[in-house]
Write a protein that binds this ligand. Sequence first.
Ligand SMILES: [Zn+2]
Length: 163
Amino acid sequence: MTDRLTGDYHKALDKQWLGHWDCPPGGADDLVVTIDHFAKAEVTGKNGSKDKKNICYFKECKPLICNVTNLKMIAQVLGSNNFEDWEGRKIALYEADERKADDGKAIRVRPYKPKVTEVFCEECGQLIKEAKGFSVNKIVLRSQELFGKNLCMDCSLKMKEAK
Ligand SMILES: [Zn+2]
């Protein structure tokens, strides 16, 4: 048996860094990610040269080598020039056309904040936030499954104990 490959070939190359091939093709949709932190890290170039680059580490996926274009856009979207103010914030990435790039495409930051669906807890009325490594989506799906309503992590745990 062989596993048939589909989609952008870059994905099959075990790339260390996030690339345009990790986004929905053709900029049709966004890849929404949460910034964990930025750090300098050594990156090996095409000719084997090693360079220190600005790397953006995310909570959900592989890190991104962040060029000046993307740094500027993050600063604009999040309203601050400081790395530490970006931690924990969400940005939307997409596949853009880039004539200067080898394959004519590049990963870019959208000039707007990602659309985040807000779900409120039906028990305590508070905005449901990610908790204990679970996304809002996962928390809501689970509480719907267990109790048939949207609950935050705290209320979900209380309900479980009360059962
Ligand atoms: Zn609650």
